[in-house]
Design a protein. Structure first.
Length: 86
């Protein structure tokens, strides 16, 4: 990465916790859409979703999914919900 590219990437990483390259890789792994629904980014970038307890990045979410996914959701809770609504 050139010095100019690194200086542009630094503010993005400080805001999101990941680099532009990591964002692009996640977006490609998710097929170009939100990790939870089929929405694809149009005018807004997808939000970088992370575990608030560990800081681990989980994926990229559209505005709607990011807004309605509570920060306290755990894997165990989500599995219980999936079982409950099945």
């Amino acid at each position: 990465m050139s010095d100019a590219a690194a200086s542009r990437a630094a503010p993005y990483r400080s805001r999101t916790g990941i680099t532009q390259d990591e964002y692009d890789r996640l977006l490609a792994e998710q097929g170009g859409h939100c990790a939870l629904c089929p929405n694809t980014p149009k005018t807004r970038r997808l939000h970088v979703d992370h575990d608030h307890a560990t800081g681990r990045v989980r994926g990229l979410l559209c505005f709607r999914c990011n807004k309605f996914l509570p920060s306290w959701v755990t894997r165990e809770w989500a599995l219980r919900v999936a079982e409950y609504v099945a």
